[in-house]
Design a protein around this ligand. Sequence first.
Ligand SMILES: Nc1ncnc2c1ncn2[C@@H]1O[C@H](COP(=O)(O)OP(=O)(O)O)[C@@H](O)[C@H]1O
Ligand SMILES: [Mg+2]
Length: 144
Amino acid sequence: MSDAAMIELIHVKKSFGAVSVLKDISLRVPRGGVVALIGPSGSGKSTLLRCLNLLTLPESGVIRVGRSTMDFTNGHQLPRDKDLAAFRARTGMVFQNFNLFPHMSVIRNVMEGPVTVLKVRPDEARQTALALLDKVGLRDKADV
Ligand SMILES: Nc1ncnc2c1ncn2[C@@H]1O[C@H](COP(=O)(O)OP(=O)(O)O)[C@@H](O)[C@H]1O
Ligand SMILES: [Mg+2]
């Protein structure tokens, strides 16, 4: 294992039917690094991100985020639901259509993940959410 990389993909492959989308992808992202995936529509950028979060399961390869490693090399079993949930609780993805909960206020949307998934106390999650909204200039919209 390479300790310098925070996120690592090793020989990841994913096809949809006859369409091979990820053809042996390896990449490393160092701690604090920022990587941009650039390519035409349909070239597999979203598929790669979905594999990183295990929303899509690759056919083969290894995916590591921090200390969590998911090994899909031939012969390994698919991860159990419990392991998938634990992995996803520690990774995040902002979707192109970001799927906010329309029946909840802005701040409730921000608090939902920490409270429901990470079991953070609501008052603590509210303080963090307010600070984050402040950071992006949306604090006055908290209750919209
Ligand atoms: N769930 C799916 N089922 C079948 N084909 C898919 C699925 N998701 C993506 N694809 C196909 O995989 C290819 C890459 O798509 P995608 O990762 O969305 O590309 P990008 O994000 O770079 O536009 C496209 O040909 C797309 O049609
Ligand atoms: Mg996309």
